[in-house]
Design a protein. Sequence first.
Length: 430
Amino acid sequence: MTFFVWLLVYGVECVLYYLVYYCLYGERLGKIYVPVTGGTVLLLGLLFVDTLSEAFIPVMIHVFPILVTLIVQQRRPVERMKRTFITFFVINCLSELFITIAEWTSLDAISRDKRALYELIIYATVFLLVLVYYFFFFKHFHADKERERRRGDSIFYLVIFMAVVMLFTVSGLSWARRHIENESFKTISYILCVFSYLGICMLGLFTIYLDRTNKRLNDLIENEKMIKSMQTKYYETLLEREEDTRKFRHDIGNHMICLKELMSKGDIEGVRTYLGAMETKIEKMCLRCYETGNEIVDILVNHYVNILPNGVKVNVRGTIRTNMDPLKLCTILSNLLENAVEELNRCNGERELSVSFSQGTEFISIEICNSLSKEARKRKEENLIVTSKADKKNHGLGLKNVKRTLEEIGGSVDIKKTDNIFMVKACFRG
């Protein structure tokens, strides 16, 4: 009967390794025949228990699932060993947690005489815990980027909690060292305290890194949402322009008939008026969608031009072709265009927006000029960078983000102001 309990422990451990591996790396492990083969080998080994040491049986039971996990992965040997070690580390920590609780509550004294049953209870409990995590947390977070971002926030606080727990553990160890008169224990205690404090310092540095990474992830998600929304509108605009072009091509024959009729009557003024109307229609079709040679730039330019107030004269010229990180390019251009559109919304009278792209052998420049409102004309050039909105905490970050991004890629930004025009020129290596 004990043989079958040990085999059940092995089966639970194998399933546990498969599940933990999937939760850690999002990859399913296949080759079911490998754990089955391992179980068969174990069964044959257990049948010869008389020739095996009793202490060797649990070792075999715990080593075989590790070997199975190592074999079934479709990766390079070094990567296999690394992932197997991390999976083993997680499972071992969880099992030791429940073993410690069992020792604390004296439950181990009841089950130690039945080692196989004791091991089965421990690993079955760990399996149930991981299963609960899989269904209630991992499955939901894994399918939703917004929830994954929130998980990043929770991990940050979890790391802080771990650091606090470590501090309390080290403090308890220091207290025990002062009250236990054993030189060997004191020596080990000093060594453990030194390494623990070093670990806490490293954990603090990791927390800072994790916080920064999480903020970048938040920026990436927000930019991705914005680009997807703009991309949808951009493609809708492309379809509208294609539809207008198709209609215009369909009607071109009728237009030619009308022009011939006007020419036959000698109505030169009528021909001029008719051609002017056709030219206006063609210009509107062309201006419906700007093309610069870069999809991200096209999406951003067309989005912000389409939300401009009526009456704004728009001039977009130049092309841009770059392998630059789309996120950084989006951060630079979107913030500059958003600031220009906000300022033009505050203007009255004649308003103008000029967007110019130029590209050399190494560098690319984006120049944006927009009309200034009466209030902005009175402000000094350096004060234009500071937001005029009441909520200064959540506004006024546009140009700061542009400067920060350009500094990261070795670029620069130049700001100029005339009587009624505000000009921003961003240069960076293409």
